[in-house]
Write a protein that binds this ligand. Structure first.
Ligand SMILES: [Zn+2]
Ligand SMILES: [Zn+2]
Length: 137
C-alpha cells in the first residue's frame, strides 16, 4: 500500500492527496518563484495519475511562462502547484502538506536569480540554472 499524503490551502477550499511516491524537494530561487512567494519555492513532485485535487474550481492557473503554469487558491492566495505544460507530473509546494512527508530539500536551483538578502548555507548543491538531471518521483 502506497502512503497517502494530503495537503490543503490556507482557507481549505482546495485540498489534495497523493497516493504514491514524492520526489525529493527542490528549492527554486528563480525570479518567478521569488516574486510569487516573496522568497523561494520548495516543491516536491508527483505523477499526475497519483494526484487528486478537490476544489479545483477554486484554483487560479497563472502562466508565468510559455512552458509552465502556477496554481494558487483564488481566495486565500496559497501557492500550491507548478505544472509544466508538456509533462505528466505536477510540482507541489512542500509547505502545503498537512501530513508528514518523508522527503527533504536536496538541492537549490536557479540560484543566480535569488535575492541577496539571504544566504544559502545548508551545504546542499546549488545550481545557477535548472537541475542538471531531470528527476522523477
Ligand atoms: Zn484557499
Ligand atoms: Zn522557480
Amino acid at each position: 500500500m502506497a502512503e497517502i499524503h494530503a495537503g490543503s490551502c490556507n482557507c481549505g477550499q482546495v485540498t489534495f492527496s497523493i497516493k504514491g511516491n514524492l520526489r525529493d524537494i527542490m528549492a527554486c530561487h528563480c525570479s518567478q518563484c521569488r516574486k510569487q512567494s516573496g522568497l523561494y519555492f520548495a516543491a516536491t513532485e508527483a505523477k499526475d495519475a497519483d494526484l487528486i485535487i478537490n476544489g479545483a474550481e477554486h484554483i487560479t492557473w497563472y502562466s508565468a511562462s510559455e512552458a509552465a503554469k502556477r496554481g494558487f487558491c483564488k481566495t486565500c492566495g496559497s501557492t500550491l502547484f507548478w505544472k509544466h505544460n508538456e509533462l505528466d507530473r505536477t510540482s507541489i509546494l512542500a509547505g502545503a502538506f498537512d501530513t508528514p512527508i518523508n522527503v527533504k530539500i536536496t538541492e537549490h536551483i536557479f540560484c543566480k536569480d535569488r535575492s541577496r538578502f539571504y544566504d544559502i548555507s545548508d551545504g546542499l548543491p546549488q545550481y545557477d540554472g535548472p537541475p542538471p538531471i531531470l528527476k522523477t518521483p
